[in-house]
Structures are given as structure tokens and as C-alpha cells.
Write a protein that binds this ligand. Structure first.
Ligand SMILES: CC(=O)SCCNC(=O)CCNC(=O)[C@H](O)C(C)(C)COP(=O)(O)OP(=O)(O)OC[C@H]1O[C@@H](n2cnc3c(N)ncnc32)[C@H](O)[C@@H]1OP(=O)(O)O
Ligand SMILES: O=C([O-])CC(=O)C(=O)O
Length: 454
């Protein structure tokens, strides 16, 4: 982007300094006016802004008004995530389609219902004629989440009835997006690796008889080959990422944008933008890059003291991306544990052993153990922090040879199921635009004519 020289030496640098200075609000005012920053109460509990039956994120119990932190639990439509995972893995079935059905329709499908649902999704898999060529390949993006959001917005033009908010129409649009996200993301990755990394370009079509996880691997790999274990692990990751209640940032964005009465494509592209952020879904890419940096910097991966020093340098903004964040650690709701991280860690350990990456797994486990202590030294903590879902997900994807650029898009491919259920829930129940209050703390000013200003 050009750096425009503006008149009278006012470059973008000086203007940005002015913008920054005049945007700063005295931090004391937030407590003075009891602002619930991050929509959180001072004890860390979220401000109650809605009701949902789709996902439940459980992290504490109240004992005589006192918050007692407990290991995290996640329920989809009232079913514990561990029971769901145990159910389909025990039966050797893929779980993502069944999970999407559960989230959208509120009950687990029977055999026939599941087969019918898979057929409906397969029917929506095909992108419009020339869509991949004209909208993905011709204008490739350096970021797949950006490409995905653009594709979602472009699909609006191919819909004969895009603005109809009836549930039958919105459901149809959501099913189409659930079915198309894998190809939209994978093709955007191929465009990126071709145009930015000079790799050969190939496009494989999704196959209607395959599961979402199998199709991702089929389309991603030049030879379309994958093992049953690889597909099963990717499927598990999709199930674990599919839903997380109404308050997580991207799902809340879905509620906020849906509450305006806008179309499905606008709501979902906004949610993709929210998920892309490194404090949310984008954390999985940051985690893997943080570990690459850490591995280069550490002399001894088994030395706790050296690891602690590196983590401290992250917090003091002296290491990695200088954001001060240890990615993959901490959560707005969970404290003692994120149940999804517990499940993924187990699989990561087994896979690491198979792939001869035990040392790297041990380093992850050490950081998981040490980071909460280091963070607690630097912050006033009202609750414990622990590894979140994104701590081990990137490591698992890496062991599945999934390119790093695809990690956050994998999250989106899964979470579109949850967003869809929440969009429908918002339309069915709300009818009220979401509009919280902002108190103005600006000084009132007397207007000056242009010639009077200096
Ligand atoms: C799928 C998901 O979205 S899971 C989350 C993925 N994100 C990450 O992994 C990024 C790293 N983690 C974080 O940035 C945070 O833990 C978040 C954004 C997830 C949650 O943030 P919060 O709700 O503010 O967490 P919490 O209230 O427990 O934090 C207390 C303090 O510890 C700090 N803290 C929490 N986690 C971290 C971390 N990983 N690294 C450094 N500091 C942290 C917070 O910034 C906060 O400090 P402050 O009071 O000075 O603002
Ligand atoms: O709930 C949150 O804030 C973030 C999260 O874990 C998710 O969206 O999966």
C-alpha cells in the first residue's frame, strides 16, 4: 500500500499519532462508570445477554454465592461432548455430520435421518459454475480466512432469494455454507500456494459419498490419499470445534449481525472475520509459530527454567510476536481445564509417539504446565488459566500434514455448524436489535468555522 505524503508534512505517521492520542480513554473511567469491559463482570463471569439451547460451557459452581472453579464441561444440545465423542469413535463412525445435525435440529439423528442429512449436504457441495475460477483462483488472497469471507459474500450474488429471513430459506443457505466451506477453504489454499509459493495448482472436486473430514483431505492432497486414522482425527477436531455457546466472540457476532435482520452471507462473513483474530480462532496458527520460535531459542527443551525464561520474555513483549500473549493458554470462561484440550491432548500424545515426536509433545506438556504460573506472576488473576482447545490442535494438524495456513479455516469449517444453529435461534426468538450502551466521556466543544481553526 502506498504511504501517501499529505499536505504540510502531515504524513500518515503523524496522523496516526494524532488518532492514537485522541482515541485514548483514561483507564480509571472504566471503573468509575462500572463498565463491564469485554462484557465481563469484575469476577470474570460474562454479562448475561441471551439464552441458548445449543451449547453449554460450564466452568464453575456457586456455593453460598461463592464461585468454585471446576474442570470445564461442554455440552451440545444437552449432551456432554465426551459422550458424543465416545459414541461415534466407539462405533468407528465419522461424527461431524451427526454433530451438525444435532446442533441445527436439537436431537441426535437416527440411521435414516443421518443418511438423509448427509445426502442433503452432498447435494449442496457443488460450487456454482466457474465460482472457483472467477472468485477464488483469479483473486487469490494471502490469508485463507480472508478468502473464505470474500467467497461467502460472493455467494450472495448466486442466490435467487438472498435476503429472505424465513427459516426454510436461512436453513437452506446455512446447509449450503456447511457443505461448501471445505472446498472454499481448500481451493483458497491451493490458490495461495500456487500464486504466492509457486506450487503446482490442482483442484480436486469433493466426493458426495465421503465425510467432511475425508473430503478435506481428498481435496487438499495431490494424490487424494489419506489413512482412516488421519480422517478420524480430523473429524474429531471438527466435532470439538463445532460449537461453543452463544458468548464466544464469533458466535456472538453472528447473533449481533443477525439481529439487524441482514442476510445469512453478511452474518457469516462477519463471524469469519471475528474467528480469524489471534485471541480467538486465529490462536491455533500463533501457537504453532510460537513453538517454532521457542524451539529455535531453547538450548534444552527439558529445562524448565529455560522454558520459564522464554515464556517470561513473551509476557514482557521481548519474544515472539511481542503481543505479550502466550497463545493457546487461557480462556474467557474455562479455568481449571478446557474439556476439548483434554481430549485433543490425549490424541496428540498417541500420534506424537507414532510419529516419533515425543520430545516435541513433552515440550508442549511443559509449556502447558509452566505457562499458568508465569502468567499468574504478571497479572491479577481471578481464576486459574489452562490450555485451551487451540493449544494442541495445531500440533495435531501438523502431525496430519495439514498446512499451517489451513488451521484457522479448519475451525471455520467446523464452527459454521454452530453459527448456523445460533443464527436460526436468534431469528426464531429475538426480534430485538442487539444494541448495548456506550457512555460518552468526551468534552463538549464549541463549533469553530474553518477559518477560525489552527
Ligand atoms: C477458541 C478460542 O477462542 S480459545 C482462546 C484462544 N486464544 C488464545 O489462546 C490467546 C491467548 N489467550 C488470551 O489472550 C486470553 O486468555 C483470552 C483472550 C483467551 C481470554 O482473555 P481474558 O478473558 O481476559 O482472560 P482472563 O480474564 O482469565 O485473564 C486475566 C489476565 O491474564 C492475562 N492472560 C490470560 N491469558 C493470557 C495469555 N495466554 N498470555 C498472557 N496473558 C494472559 C489477561 O490478559 C488478563 O490480564 P489483564 O487483567 O491485564 O487484562
Ligand atoms: O468460548 C470462547 O470464548 C472461545 C472458544 O473457546 C470457542 O469459541 O471455541
Amino acid at each position: 500500500m502506498p504511504n501517501y505524503e499529505l499536505t504540510e508534512g502531515k504524513t500518515l505517521v503523524t496522523l496516526s499519532k494524532t488518532a492514537e492520542k485522541n482515541s485514548l480513554i483514561n483507564p480509571e473511567l472504566y471503573s468509575k462508570y462500572q463498565v463491564k469491559r469485554g462484557l465481563r463482570d469484575l469476577d470474570g463471569r460474562g454479562v448475561l445477554v441471551g439464552l441458548t439451547e445449543i451449547g453449554e460451557v460450564h466452568s464453575y459452581i456457586l456455593d453460598e454465592g461463592e464461585i468454585i472453579q471446576v474442570p470445564g464441561r461442554l455440552l451440545y444440545r444437552g449432551y456432554d461432548i465426551s459422550d458424543l465423542v465416545n459414541g461415534f469413535t466407539r462405533d468407528g463412525r465419522f461424527g461431524f455430520e451427526e454433530t451438525a445435525f444435532l446442533l441445527l435440529f436439537g436431537h441426535l439423528p437416527d440411521q435414516k435421518g443421518l443418511e438423509d442429512f448427509k445426502q442433503i449436504l452432498a447435494g449442496y457441495q457443488k460450487l456454482p459454475e466457474d465460482f472457483a475460477r472467477d472468485f477464488i483462483l483469479k483473486s487469490s488472497s494471502k490469508d485463507i480466512m480472508n478468502a473464505l469471507a470474500r467467497s461467502v459474500l460472493a455467494l450472495y450474488s448466486f442466490d435467487d432469494n438472498p435476503d429472505d429471513p424465513s427459516i426454510s430459506n436461512v436453513l437452506k443457505q446455512c446447509l449450503l455454507l456447511i457443505a461448501c466451506f471445505p472446498s472454499l477453504a481448500v481451493y483458497a489454499y491451493h490458490a495461495l500456494s500456487h500464486y504466492y509459493s509457486n506450487q503446482s495448482l490442482f483442484i480436486h472436486s469433493p466426493r458426495p459419498e465421503l465425510s467432511t473430514a475425508e473430503n478435506i483431505l481428498t481435496m487438499l492432497r495431490p494424490d487424494s490419499k489419506y489413512t482412516k486414522l488421519e480422517a478420524a482425527l480430523l473429524d474429531l477436531a471438527l466435532v470439538l470445534h463445532a460449537e461453543h455457546g452463544g458468548g464466544n466472540n464469533s458466535t456472538f457476532v453472528t447473533h449481533v449481525v443477525t439481529s439487524t435482520g441482514t442476510d445469512t452471507y453478511s452474518a457469516m462473513s462477519a463471524a469469519i472475520g471475528a474467528l480469524k483474530g489471534p485471541r480467538h480462532g486465529g490462536a491455533n496458527i500463533k501457537v504453532i509459530k510460537m513453538f517454532e520460535d521457542m524451539k529455535n531459542q531453547l538450548k534444552d527443551w527439558n529445562d524448565d527454567e529455560e522454558i520459564e525464561q522464554y515464556l517470561t520474555r513473551i509476557l514482557t513483549k521481548d519474544a515472539f510476536d511481542r503481543s505479550g500473549l502466550i497463545y493457546g493458554i487461557g480462556h474467557a470462561v474455562y479455568s481449571i481445564s478446557d474439556p476439548r484440550a483434554v481430549i485433543l491432548k490425549d490424541y496428540a500424545a498417541k500420534l506424537a509417539q507414532e510419529k516419533g515426536l515425543d520430545d516435541e509433545f513433552k515440550l508442549y506438556a511443559s509449556v502447558e504446565r509452566l505457562a499458568p504460573q508465569v502468567i499468574a506472576k504478571f497479572n491479577r488473576m481471578y481464576k486459574t488459566v489452562s490450555a485451551n482447545i487451540d493449544f494442541y490442535s495445531g500440533f495435531v494438524y501438523k502431525m496430519l500434514n495439514i498446512p499451517v495456513e489451513m488451521y484457522t479455516p479448519m475451525f471455520a469449517i467446523a464452527r459454521i455448524a454452530g453459527w448456523s444453529a445460533h443464527r436460526i435461534e436468534e431469528i426464531v426468538n429475538a426480534g430485538k436489535i442487539i444494541r448495548p450502551a456506550y457512555k460518552s466521556v468526551a468534552r463538549r466543544q464549541k463549533y469553530l468555522d474553518l477559518i477560525e481553526r489552527n
